[in-house]
Design a protein around this ligand. Structure first.
Ligand code: WTA
Length: 659
């Protein structure tokens, strides 16, 4: 067991909920939480039925709650019909929320744009009308490759309004990744921007789309709609490319939302698994939206007066659920930020909380750790220098938050009066699964605490048997829930085997290892598969390996993660070249080339932090790469394990030098 895990497990501080947050909370006090859990357990149909009826606006009411005739292909509210965009926007028209600010957008350069719900509705309708005039309709697939912007939300909502299935690709992914997703999803439309502005720089986006579409297999793409963000010069394909403002020009500001079946796919979002090919996680309309809204209400105890800020990018699931869908369905005012936390300085987040009077702040442990470092070295940008009095809840997502980072966040940002809401969930779960509730759950730094009502999370062994508290095992969810992944786009077989392995009694396998303490609190230990979590971004080791071996100089590569104080995990690549071992200078040069190559193949987030060259990789006599050993070597530790099964033990020394 690593020291990190050991220190988490001996953590014993407990923070009781603050009385001002208990009072009037959506779930107020542990007895209220327990009552909901019991209702969900004893009458799941009634529990979910009431939530779906009370919280969603239906065009056609559903009569059946859960259809489990064909597990694991569960269907929820399956004969009901609704429109997601109408549930996020139209619902507020004619209420006081219509004139409320929906989005406060702060650009990289600090300029601020606000839109009300009414204005956002009109923008979404104009684009939806524009898309209709281009011949798009329900069931078509659109790739969205946009920077953080009001336009990104408008694009997603416009698709939802027409039943077009969107697949957002993070702006940091390369043209190769974009190509792969465009082909896999069978897109007929791409919505992008000329460029994005981050950290004072203008970074081109459109060229990546042009390159991706030139690679072949994307012939179905009829239109590329381009948002003019930066007035950059762009290449233009006549007949295919159109400016976003032209598509919306003269379009009416109303558009009838298309009622779709509850199970109609709202979006497909690619995420990394343990093989080289990213998986297109398919989400439903009704079940997904229900959970986006319920978790905003429960986990963040959102009130109409709140100013909510989730710092994620819409390219990840967190941005889908807690920017585009949840906050709008709840009628909140939210902040959307274009830039990076360190520009113009590392006090940017704190200044923005102060300026926009943010009340609920939701970010990733990586950001907290890097801002801690910055604040400790540059006192002027320490959160203490800012007025953060409006904050009432501070959240964390994407990776385990270590108790040190938790305490720093709690003390310096939350000023010991805001609960740290450590939310465990995944692209596949659609929304929060295990999380404290601000008005109920006592907090323990480093634990995501207890499952939400209706979520049957458990820890089991290899045959699906519950393990006793205090013992590690696989994190599973025993019963289906409305926001769960429906399938892997185009690969139902992989969906079954990845998430519902035969030996686990039909439970949903999350892919994380975890254990519970004596109070039944969950402690997440990290992935049990070959998935890395670098700065809260999910990456498969195989993806990075495939990128490396595609380089002409590389014969073989193995990639592992090692703990990193800032990014959570860092990528270490072990590489065998097609030539003799390089000397220092040559090694440095090749390492730089390989990093740039990986950035081009996947995206800069996948660049290995360290590259190590060897004449071979440690293998068993049967030729299997011993990753267990490579993880030890990557951490700079002495290999103490028995290496007698290794074919070539001497190789371990060679692999200790990093570039
Ligand atoms: C990890 C992001 C510990 C976990 C929403 C999971 C966490 C993967 C937490 C999903 C947390 C996410 N504590 N680990 N609070 N939240 N993870 O799909 O390993 O990008 O399986 O979804 O991130 O990452 P994904």
């Amino acid at each position: 067991m690593s020291n990190e895990i050991q220190s988490v497990l001996t953590e014993s501080r407990v923070f009781q909920p603050f009385s001002n947050l208990v009072e009037g909370a959506a779930i107020s006090g542990m007895p209220a939480y327990q009552a909901l859990c019991e209702r969900a357990e004893h009458d799941p149909d009634g529990f979910w039925k009431d939530l779906a009826n009370d919280n969603l606006v239906w065009n056609t009411p559903f009569t059946q709650v859960l259809d489990e005739t064909n597990p694991p292909f569960y269907r929820w509210f399956a004969d009901g019909e609704l429109n997601v965009s109408a549930n996020c926007l139209d619902k507020h028209l004619g209420t006081p929320t219509a004139d409320k600010t929906a989005i406060i957008f702060e650009a990289d350069d600090g300029s601020v744009t606000r839109v009300t719900y009414k204005e956002l509705h009109a923008k979404v309708c104009q684009l939806a009308n524009g898309l209709t005039s281009l011949g798009y309709s329900a069931g078509d697939r659109a790739i969205i490759y946009l920077p953080m912007s009001i336009e990104a939300v408008v694009a997603m909502q416009a698709c939802a309004r027409l039943g077009i299935i969107h697949s957002v690709v993070f702006g940091g992914f390369s043209s190769k990744s974009l190509h792969e997703r465009t082909v896999d999803v069978g897109a007929s439309l791409v919505i992008t921007a000329d460029a994005q502005m981050r950290g004072g720089k203008t970074l081109a986006l459109k060229p990546a789309v042009d390159e991706a579409l030139s690679l072949g297999g994307c012939e179905a793409v009829r239109n590329v709609i381009v948002y003019n963000r930066a007035n950059s010069k762009v290449d233009w394909v006549e007949g295919r490319d159109r400016w976003l403002h032209d598509v919306c020009l003269n379009q009416p500001g109303t558009c009838e939302p298309v009622a779709v079946n509850a199970e109609h796919p709202l979006f497909i979002l690619y995420t990394s698994g343990s093989t080289g090919k990213p998986k297109g996680v398919q989400h439903s309309s009704a079940g997904y939206l229900l959970w986006a809204l319920m978790t905003i209400k429960w986990t963040f105890d959102a009130k109409p007066t709140d100013v909510f800020w989730c710092t994620a990018d819409v390219g990840w699931v967190t941005g889908h659920t807690y920017i585009t869908y949840g906050p709008l369905a709840a009628g909140l005012t939210q902040v959307i930020f274009e830039g990076v936390p360190t520009y113009p300085d590392a006090g940017r987040f704190w200044k923005m909380i102060q300026d926009h009077k943010v009340t609920i702040f939701y970010t990733a442990p990586t950001a907290i750790r890097s801002l801690t470092k910055a604040a400790e070295t540059t006192p002027q940008i320490h959160p203490r220098q800012y007025n953060l009095d409006t904050l009432r809840i501070i959240g964390s997502v994407g990776e385990p938050i270590n108790p040190e980072a938790w305490m720093w966040y709690y003390t310096n940002v939350g000023r010991e009066r805001c609960p740290v809401i450590d939310t465990w969930w995944q692209t596949e779960t659609g929304g929060h699964m295990i999380t404290p509730l601000p008005g109920a759950t006592p907090l323990k730094p480093g634990s995501c605490s207890l499952p939400l009502p209706g979520i049957t999370a458990a820890i089991v062994d290899e045959v699906g048997e519950d393990v006793p508290h205090g013992k590690g095992g696989f994190l599973v969810v025993k019963r289906p829930w409305p926001a769960m992944i429906r399938t892997i786009w185009g690969d139902p077989e992989r969906f079954k085997t990845s998430y519902f392995p035969a030996e686990l009694k039909g439970y949903y396998l999350a892919g994380d290892g975890a254990q519970r303490d004596d109070d039944a609190y969950f402690w997440i230990m990290g992935r049990i598969d070959d998935v890395l979590n670098v700065s809260g971004h999910r990456l498969g080791t195989m993806e990075v390996e495939s990128a490396l071996v595609a380089h002409p100089l590389v014969a073989e590569a193995a990639v592992v993660g090692r703990p990193d104080a800032t990014t959570g995990e860092a990528i270490v690549a072990f590489v065998v070249l097609n030539q003799s071992l390089p000397d220092d200078e040559q090694g440095r040069k090749i390492a730089t080339d390989l990093r740039n190559w990986v950035a081009h193949e996947i995206g800069p987030i996948a660049k290995p932090k360290e590259i190590r060259f060897g004449e071979n990789l440690p293998k068993t006599r049967s030729g299997k790469i011993m990753r267990r050993l490579l993880r030890v070597v990557a951490q700079g530790q002495e290999v103490t394990q028995d290496v007698s099964t290794l074919e070539n033990p001497a190789i371990l020394d060679q692999l200790s030098q990093s570039f």
